[in-house]
Design a protein around this ligand. Sequence first.
Ligand SMILES: *Cc1c(COP(=O)(O)O)cnc(C)c1O
Length: 390
Amino acid sequence: MESKYTALMQIAAKPDICFTEGQGSYLYDRDGNAWLDFVQGWAVNTLGHSPEPVAQAICAQSRRLINPSPAFYNDQALQLANRLTTLSGMDQVFFANSGAEANEGAIKLARKWGQKHRKGAWKIITFHNGFHGRTLATMSATGKPAFEPLFNPKVPGFTKVPYGDLEAVAAAIDEQTVAILLEPIQGEAGVIPASSDFLQGLRALADRQGLLLMLDEVQTGIGRTGNLFCYQQHAIEPDVVTLGKGLGGGVPIAALMAKQHACCFEYGDQGGTFNGNPLVCAAALAVLEQVTTQGFLEQVNAASSYLSDRLMALSTRYDMGPVRGTGLLLALETGSLDAPAIVKQALELGLLINAPRPHTLRLMPSLTVSNGEIDRMAELLDAAIQRSLA
Ligand SMILES: *Cc1c(COP(=O)(O)O)cnc(C)c1O
């Protein structure tokens, strides 16, 4: 369909809606039509749309200092780096502007580390159906079949193996291998969690072989899975962690964090004009303050069970499949039902949900979502399913 928004490069089919406002779990167009949002910018809006603490932080910071240039220190970036290292157990942080850029940094860090400590080893093991971003290197690291024919030649050096298969990882390691990079829950693949056994096995394997274990927590980090970081559910510590999406509560900020032994960038290796500017760091500090408030993550887990129960009830009613995921990153297998058709009907009824696969629905509401909003979502989803069957 031809879009009337011809001044924008057409990069995806979008519905003919133009949003002008958002508040909490709701989005509005200019005519005042409302949508209940269980996508939240793809798990970005940790505190919902236009949350007051983030709005206040951005407003106040914009009057104080927006960008002194990355060639100088600023107080917000220093505070945020301290906060993130304390909370994560990592030692140092590099700020970026997107998840892909944070992962690109992780790939560069691994290659540098290989140069310095592993006789030039440079290959990274990644996983089938994994997703790491849309820069050339992160598309190359991504295991999405649809990316394979695109923009060749790709960046070399990524060996892809089946997710969850520890033996395949072990078999793929050679003297050129320097790191393993994965999502603790594959988000774009349809919310596929790694088991604790697999992650602990990777940790042990990486230790035995002298490799870096790098976790892409761009989608799973900052409370999304019910812990501040998903790896905390699995009793492991990675060497490198990347963050993005939820970190800024909707504002573009991402982070590459690493343990001391993995930090090896030298002057000139890494940087970026907007990286770690105080405006976005102030937003991230406001998000972290909320998410680390006593009881916040307990509430996320309570909302998760409530949402999961509602989804299970629908699954039983329409003979669909299981519910997967943790915290407020949940997927419902639709069985024989057409997930994109349900998403389309939901949109018409005023509900935003996502179908990452033909038979998978993904829900990633605000971490502050209420039980009432979950009930409303379940009603609208029920109606959307009925309409998709009609
Ligand atoms: C969204 C996502 C990315 C890419 O982040 P951008 O901010 O879109 O560049 C990378 N990894 C994972 C796991 C993601 O979900």
